[in-house]
Design a binder for this molecule. Structure first.
Ligand code: OVV
Length: 393
């Protein structure tokens, strides 16, 4: 018998404190059933990882949200990366790996460093500020669209767009409805920004379109791949940076460690991604009857993978709930793993390293000075507001 649990992973109470429910799911067995949505779920590290690795048994092409594309029309044109299986996926992924290559990252290090240092200087001059809008959103909203080659106008639309798409992976609840309420202008803008004419010749966008010239993909496919960057490239990083500041403020001894050795910046960001898991969940769909532990789930079952629960599974992690910037956390699944492992992780890690490096060198203390406000989203874990005060080193 697969244990049935009365848990709603898409409601305010769950988002406010998901950890008791994560533990209940992990402790109930390798796979559980959530009758409220007629879905299965995995929350233990080994099972989440196993599912991420087994793309043959668990398809992404029927959507990585609760909606089954075999039964319902997708909310938007499916992504050629996220919502695709091999062989289509491998063709587009190879291209994106090339666009987001180590060489491309090396070229961004200097401008991204300048931007990080300037931002932290300006925030130190203010003293008190909101770590969400003024830091976690401000930084990616500058450096990322620049790297893509977007024009300066309306870049803030990237936030509501991400909020929409990440809500769309859950049920059509009030969070989703609110996110798509004024969607039209944002959708039209994103569509327009994906076109070649909108993109400067030096950025990631142009690099994707150049692959169309080489005959690797069609122009239409290039536009959908640019859309992937615009969808997944900002909100995720915003919540990762927010998580890092939130961790450093709550674990002052970790911040002291980072200040003593700024070369820990990259590790400190990685550990925040493990602990807070900005992307909490994704679904897969079983392509056949599959056995998890001793239990079998039917073909066509939607299975929710709790990345955030796997990343705090005490079966896998010592002191799982501690923010420890020197732990060996390389196996965490905050960026997923396997063929769908985050293609933009190289960029997120660069941004995280540079912002945390600037904090390590320039800041003495980070203190939370107001009530943090959570931002509710069916997929993303993050905050709407995090009032902080920083003092200079
Ligand atoms: C990882 C992710 C999230 C949302 C959208 C996409 C990817 C996409 O490829 O469009």
């Amino acid at each position: 018998m697969i244990p049935a649990l009365d848990i709603d992973p898409f409601c305010t109470a769950f988002f406010d404190d998901p950890y008791p429910a994560h533990a209940a799911m992990r402790d109930a067995g390798p796979v559980v059933y959530l009758p409220r949505y007629d879905i299965h779920a995995v929350a233990r590290y080994d099972d989440v990882r196993g599912m991420l690795m087994d793309w043959g048994s668990y398809t992404s092409a029927r959507g990585v949200g609760i909606s089954d594309f075999a039964k319902e029309k997708p909310w938007r044109l499916p992504s050629l990366l996220l919502e695709a299986d091999p062989p289509l996926h491998d063709r587009t992924r190879k291209l994106m790996d090339k666009v987001l290559s180590p060489a491309a990252m090396r070229g961004l290090r200097e401008p991204f460093t300048t931007a990080a240092e300037a931002l932290i200087e300006a925030l130190l001059a203010r003293g008190s500020f909101d770590a969400v809008s003024d830091l976690a959103e401000a930084y990616p909203l500058t450096v990322f669209p620049d790297a893509v080659g977007m024009p300066p106008e309306n870049r803030r639309f990237l936030l509501p767009y991400g909020n929409m798409v990440f809500n769309s992976f859950g049920p059509q609840n009030a969070f989703f409805q609110a996110a798509v309420a004024d969607a039209e202008p944002v959708l039209a803008w994103v569509q327009a920004q994906s076109r070649r004419q909108a993109l400067s010749p030096n950025g990631f966008g142009a690099a994707i379109h150049a692959a169309a010239d080489d005959g690797d993909i069609s122009t239409g496919e290039a536009e959908v791949l640019v859309r992937s960057l615009l969808t997944a490239g900002v909100d995720t990083t915003v919540n990762g940076l927010c998580a890092a500041v939130y961790c450093l403020a709550r674990f002052p001894s970790a911040f002291d460690q980072l200040r003593a050795d700024p070369s820990l910046a990259r590790a400190a960001f990685e550990e925040a991604v493990r602990l807070e898991s900005p992307v909490q969940t994704f679904f897969r769909t079983a392509t056949r009857a599959v056995t998890i532990g001793e239990e079998t789930i039917a073909e066509g079952s939607k299975v929710l993978m709790f990345l955030g629960a796997a990343n705090r599974d005490p079966r896998r992690w010592d002191r799982a709930d501690d923010y420890d910037i020197t732990r060996r956390n390389a196996g965490h699944v905050g960026f997923g793993t396997g063929i769908h492992g985050c293609v933009g992780a190289v960029l997120a890690r660069l941004e995280g390293e540079l912002v945390l490096g600037a904090l390590a060198r320039r800041v003495a203390t980070i203190e939370i000075v107001g009530e943090p406000q959570r931002r509710y989203n069916n997929t993303l874990r993050g905050m709407a507001s995090l009032p902080v005060r920083m003092t200079a080193a």
